[in-house]
Each structure stands twice: as structure tokens, then as C-alpha cells.
Design a protein around this ligand. Structure first.
Ligand SMILES: C[S@@+](CC[C@H](N)C(=O)[O-])C[C@H]1O[C@@H](n2cnc3c(N)ncnc32)[C@H](O)[C@@H]1O
Length: 278
């Protein structure tokens, strides 16, 4: 699948009409897309540059761009709730996902985070994604394959419970582990055994009780740095002259992010010092 250059057959293209409604099509030579304002021949788009306008047979205008990963994530079919782009962006940077990294993820859910991780690890990395439910794994596989136009060679989606995974199952410990599941504290023994010293562990939990339980669980393992927890709030702005102001609506809460690093075996981290109160 091409990510830039003139449109080619096989590209997933988003058409936007004057009312800012989106329609997604996959370009095929000789085919047409029909709207209530007439047909658009795919051949009128193939070969043209992105950011171009096509006209339907009844004169309606549509702006054409390739589908971005965020468009795909927010519109793809899903079995489980996806990690939203504002949070996967945090995971990429705070989780220090680098080209060539070996990353373990669970659960794969609908495959939204898998896509983001696969892009970031590049062609020399490896992503192993465990999912306990076959129906969710089917969604993840279909969504990832559709986005990349085939199965990425760097991806190993697996049906299974992360709690039962051993180092031998994954061919050695990994650099990074990311969990997005209801009860991540149940997988902390596994995470301890599967993550390299210095490796980054992140988990994503929606509620305060989950947050408290996983933070306590990480501390109780005794092999991680003091965990950090935060959430990210993204508020869009309407910028139009004197009407410039924040948008009224936002996704105020998605989930909390939790982060810790694996210590070397046998290490006791110095206790964080707090200033004595006067
Ligand atoms: C919220 S979804 C993950 C969504 C995914 N991160 C995405 O962005 O599309 C949580 C998934 O974790 C799976 N799960 C729960 N416990 C698990 C475990 N112990 N091992 C593997 N998968 C698990 C669930 O079946 C569910 O599909």
C-alpha cells in the first residue's frame, strides 16, 4: 500500500463532501462509487495527487485524501474498545518504542494499538500480540491486515492468556510490554518474567479502582521502579476571529496510563526521598 505519491489502484481513499461527510473507498480500475449525488469513477482519481477534488456525475465535489492511520482506527470494525490516538501517541513516546524494538502487547483487542506499534518498530522490530478471545483476535488480524495491505512480517498475533506465557514462548525477553486489559495486575508475574532489565512497562486502565490496584501490584512485585500514573486531556479549539474559543465538546476521559521500568534482578531501588515537612 502506498503512503504518498499519486493515487494508485488499491489505495484506501477518503472522500469528503461539502458538508464534511466522509466516504471511504478502495480504488479499483474500472469501478465507480455511487453517492446520492451520482457516481464517481475510480479512474478519475487514480493517477492524481492527494488533496485533489473530483466531481460526481451530478456535479457534487469531493476532496480526496488517503486514509490516515487515525482515520482507519476510528472507523474500523471493532470487537473491543480501542486505544484512542491521543493515548497511543503517549505510549509511543513515554513507552520509548524504537525502530528494531521487540515489543509484547496484550490484549490485542481490535488491533488499534498493534498498528501504531508496528509502524514505530519499523522493519527490524518484532511485535508479539496476545489476545485471549478468538473473536477479538479475528478483529485485530483483519484490521491490521487491511491497514497494511497484508500481514506485516514483523507481527506475531497469538491466541492465548498472557498470564501463561513463558520466555521460551516468545523467544527471549522483550524490550517493552504494553497491557490494555481489564485486570492487568493479574499479569504482573508474567510481565516480570518477560521484560528485560531496563525495559519499559506500560498499562492502560479506565477506572480509579483499576489504577489503584495495578499501582499497588507493580510496587508489590519489587522489581520495578516506582510507577508513574497520568492521563492526557486533548481539547480542540475553534479558531475563527473573535469567536476563537475551546470547543464545547471533548473526550474528557479515556483511561489512565501507568509506566514503570524493570530493575535488574536483585536490585533494590533507593527509596524516593521526600522533603521533610517543617
Ligand atoms: C480493551 S481491549 C484492547 C484494545 C486494543 N488495545 C486496541 O487498541 O484495539 C482488551 C482486550 O484484552 C483481552 N484480554 C483480557 N485479558 C487478557 C489476557 N490475560 N491475555 C490476553 N488478552 C487478554 C480482552 O479479550 C480484550 O480483547
Amino acid at each position: 500500500m502506498a503512503y504518498s505519491g499519486p493515487f494508485q489502484a488499491g489505495d484506501r481513499v477518503q472522500l469528503t463532501d461539502a458538508k464534511r461527510r466522509h466516504f471511504t473507498i478502495v480504488l479499483k480500475e474500472g469501478e465507480s462509487f455511487f453517492t446520492h449525488k451520482g457516481g464517481i469513477a475510480h479512474d478519475d482519481i487514480i493517477g492524481r495527487h492527494e488533496g485533489t477534488v473530483v466531481e460526481s456525475s451530478q456535479g457534487a465535489l469531493y476532496l480526496c485524501f488517503r486514509h490516515l492511520m487515525v482515520d482507519h482506527v476510528l472507523s474500523m470494525p471493532r470487537g473491543a474498545a480501542v486505544i484512542y490516538p491521543k493515548d497511543s501517541a503517549q505510549i509511543l513516546i513515554e513507552g520509548d518504542i524504537f525502530p528494531g524494538a521487540r515489543v509484547l502487547e496484550a490484549g490485542a483487542g481490535s488491533g488499534a494499538l498493534s498498528m501504531t506499534l508496528l509502524r514505530a518498530i519499523g522493519e527490524s522490530g518484532e511485535l508479539i500480540s496476545y489476545e485471549i478471545r478468538q473473536d477479538h483476535l479475528d478483529y485485530a488480524e483483519a484490521n491490521v491486515d487491511e491497514f497494511f495491505g497484508g500481514r506485516p512480517a514483523t507481527w506475531s498475533p497469538r491466541l492465548g492468556d498472557l498470564k501463561e506465557v513463558t520466555v521460551d514462548d516468545i523467544g527471549g525477553p522483550v524490550d517493552r510490554i504494553i497491557l490494555d486489559m481489564l485486570e492487568p495486575w493479574e499479569c504482573l508475574d508474567a510481565v516480570r518474567g518477560l521484560l528485560l532489565p531496563g525495559g519499559v512497562f506500560m498499562t492502560y486502565v479506565a477506572t480509579v479502582p483499576q489504577l489503584m490496584k495495578v499501582m499497588e501490584g507493580i510496587r508489590a512485585q519489587g522489581c520495578f521502579t516506582e510507577p508513574r500514573a497520568w492521563e492526557s486531556l486533548v481539547r480542540e479549539w475553534k479558531v475563527e476571529g473573535l469567536a476563537t474559543r475551546p470547543e464545547h465538546r471533548m473526550n474528557a476521559h479515556t483511561a489512565f496510563l501507568v509506566w514503570a521500568r524493570r530493575l535488574a534482578d536483585g536490585t533494590v531501588a533507593p527509596r524516593p526521598q521526600r522533603r521533610a515537612r517543617k
